[in-house]
Design a protein around this ligand. Structure first.
Ligand code: DC
Length: 221
């Protein structure tokens, strides 16, 4: 079984999905982290041209695991969990994520993973393209100011120089790119439940979503 949460950058998808995973004792899958991992590989490889880099994908061994409230990502055996959260990766990730071959690569990893357990996953196109048959779909939104403030806190842990303005610009650009790319753009699935978190406390939003999940699961039994 899979529950998906899609939405724009900084809408609170990952922290929400993690909290729900912990409370319901299910697995968590962060699809953005996988795109960030491939992006990290690109910026540290010697292939500056993205189309030549794509040819390296068959050599990439990606693994991921959720434990102790952290989504760990390994690339060719090296733990890059912290490295994927930098501004440099954030600046390049949309370009990498728009490549159809990269999307196919990440989607394959995710579909293989979820067959063995119950998952809650977060991303941009999970309810529309990756898991169109997901049992429960959420689409989370929040104002751009609120999203940038949340991301700033997260990024300041690895980059003390970063400002709210930098983060807001990056989010605005990523929203635009994520929504307009040809390959599986960010879009609310017709059957997704929209959750606007602006002005809501984290606890309120989590309990609203858990109520929805429990009601839907009961109805399906
Ligand atoms: O959720 P995030 O901000 O860590 O995601 C990083 C980038 O990955 C985001 O700008 C767009 C891309 N992404 C995507 O294209 N499709 C997904 N399912 C998840 C993320």
């Amino acid at each position: 079984m899979i529950i998906v949460i899609d939405g724009p950058a900084g809408s609170g998808k990952s922290s929400t999905a993690k909290e729900i995973a912990n409370r319901l004792n299910i697995q968590f899958l962060d699809s953005g982290a996988l795109y960030r991992a491939v992006t990290f590989y690109w910026i540290t490889s010697e292939k500056p041209d993205i189309r030549s880099f794509i040819k390296l994908l068959p050599e990439v061994e990606l693994s991921s695991e959720y434990k102790n409230r952290t989504f760990y990502v390994k690339l060719n055996g090296n733990d890059i969990t912290d490295e994927i959260r930098t501004q440099r990766v954030a600046e390049h990730v949309s370009e990498v994520a728009m490549q159809p071959e990269v999307r196919a690569f990440v989607n394959r990893h995710m579909r293989n993973l979820v067959v063995n357990d119950v998952y809650i996953a977060d991303g941009r196109d999970l309810g529309t393209a990756v898991f169109p048959d997901a049992q429960i779909k959420f689409y989370m939104t929040a104002s751009i100011e609120e999203r940038a403030k949340r991301r700033l806190k997260e990024m300041q842990q690895s980059d003390a120089e970063i400002t709210l303005k930098d983060v807001m610009n990056n989010i605005r650009q990523r929203d635009q790119k994520d929504q307009s790319r040809a390959s599986d753009p960010l879009k609310k699935a017709d059957d997704a439940i929209e959750i606007d978190t602006t002005g809501k406390t984290f606890d309120e939003q989590i309990s609203d979503m858990i109520t929805i999940i429990e009601t839907k699961i009961k109805l399906n039994h």
